[in-house]
Design a protein around this ligand. Structure first.
Ligand SMILES: Cc1ncc(COP(=O)(O)O)c(C=O)c1O
Length: 433
């Protein structure tokens, strides 16, 4: 018998199984074309911009400071630049944000990608057994993050316009009826070009969801975590109006990232949090890493202070639109005639959500997964993106996770390979229908 101490409860909660399985598949099948990886387009990664910015910041008199530790909350220079960018996205001058909402650079927390911010928020707000309401489907890594702190992710009815107001009401009703409403602490939403569904939360619904919370939870106890990871990646350049901008109860926590618009390798994300949450979040961040890479923060600040960032994001949008078109054309060509097979055309972001006939499973152990492996193509089984628990608006009951969907990403492959991947996927799907 082992004499070593057993692992903590927390270690058992952090499942991480899905990601490990996908990575293992990718390594075991190097010739596979991956529509699974949510990586950004290698061709758009800004090598020249980064070289130039690195040379500029290293030539500055304070260059040595940049190679020193920073602070847990992040470099003031980048916090200020992020605030400017956010104000631009909101269409409101920074002075007005300060006056009307008390938003200053002091409320910007810089993190190692936005994933760390999401994790810090879950750690700061969720006790084991607390509930985070999520869309169905939602960003599957977040499901692991919630589970990792012992939280319960519960999915709320969702359609082509995002989470439904009736679904949110039904979920709140359910928890009230079972006497667990106080356990509902968080509502997590990815309003723009959601990973994995590509859905945009309809403008009207953004207000309706907040109105429901304001009516049923006037004190703002239930927080909203708005994950704006893909906000800048709308193909027509339109920037959606944030939930944050409509928040009347100081309940919305905003999460942003430079991974999708610039470079995930720099690992820079950020959060905007209500005043009372800032210090708890900074304290947690300090315990984890004393602060994100200081040099990278100055490098990115330099890019944001120039006009190079906007031009780069415009290029990224053009590239993703071309790639989306290539994948959609391939899907139409190779799966378009199959009854019960459909997909949603995303207007931004990195993902196409595909539906197969009910009863055709896409899971890791399914005949389709086997056929896809044989034909040399990978996808993310849609099942992973559904929280295990749900509240059905009609019955109030929990429904099993749907198993007949897949997430297809056009991030990594080039246009030619996207068409080839669609052809392979078409062969695999045909073989199991
Ligand atoms: C919806 C969503 N949020 C957050 C992240 C985290 O990304 P990062 O940590 O690189 O900012 C991702 C990454 O794919 C994502 O899709």
């Amino acid at each position: 018998m082992s004499t070593k101490s057993p692992l903590s409860d927390r270690s058992g909660w952090a499942s991480g199984g899905a990601i490990s399985e996908l990575m293992a598949q990718a390594i075991a099948n190097p010739d596979c074309l991956s529509l699974a990886a949510g990586f950004v387009d290698p061709a758009t990664l800004p090598v020249d911009l980064v070289k130039q910015a690195a040379a500029e910041v290293l030539a500055a008199p304070d260059a040595r400071d940049l190679l020193q530790y920073g602070t847990p909350a992040g470099a003031g220079r980048l916090r200020a630049a992020v605030l400017e960018l956010f104000a631009m996205l909101e269409g409101v001058p920074t002075e007005e944000l300060a006056e009307t909402r008390g938003l200053t650079a002091g409320r910007v927390l810089l993190t190692n990608g936005s994933q760390q911010f999401l994790s810090l928020v879950c750690q700061a707000l969720l006790n084991p057994g607390d509930v985070c309401l999520v869309a169905g489907p939602t960003y599957f890594v977040m499901l692991g993050t919630i589970a990792g702190v012992g939280g319960r992710a519960v999915r709320v009815e969702t359609d082509d316009d995002g989470m439904t107001p009736a679904g949110l009401e039904a979920a709140l009703d359910h928890f009230q009826t079972v006497g667990e409403l106080p356990r509902v602490k968080l509502l997590y939403l990815v309003p723009d070009f959601e990973n994995p569904s590509g859905v945009v939360l309809a403008d009207r619904r953004r207000s309706e969801l907040l109105d429901i919370l304001d009516r049923r939870d006037p004190d703002g106890r239930i927080r909203v975590l708005e994950d704006a990871a893909y906000r800048e990646l709308g193909f027509d350049g339109t920037i959606g109006a944030s939930l944050w901008g409509r928040d009347r109860s100081d309940r919305v926590i905003y999460s942003g990232t430079f991974s999708k618009s610039f470079s995930p390798g720099l690992r820079i994300g950020f959060g905007l949090a209500p005043v009372e949450l800032m210090q708890p979040l900074i304290d947690r961040k300090g315990n984890e890493d004393f602060g994100s890479a200081h040099f990278n923060q100055h490098l990115l600040a330099r890019v944001l202070e120039s006009d190079r960032y906007e031009a780069h994001v415009a290029d990224v949008r053009r590239s993703y639109r071309r790639k989306r078109d290539a994948l959609l054309a391939g899907l139409s060509e190779h799966l378009g005639d199959l009854p019960g097979v459909s997909w949603r055309e995303p207007a931004g972001g990195l993902y196409v959500w595909a539906n197969l006939p009910e009863g055709v499973s896409t899971g890791f152990d399914s005949p389709l997964a086997e056929a896809a492996q044989r034909d040399g193509v990978m996808y993310v089984p849609g099942e992973l993106c559904y929280a295990p628990e749900s509240v059905d608006p009609a019955s109030g009951e929990s429904r099993p996770r749907p198993t007949n969907h897949m997430r297809l990403s056009y991030g990594v492959l080039d246009v030619g390979l996207l068409r080839e991947a669609a052809a392979r996927l078409g062969r695999a799907v045909r073989s199991v229908l």
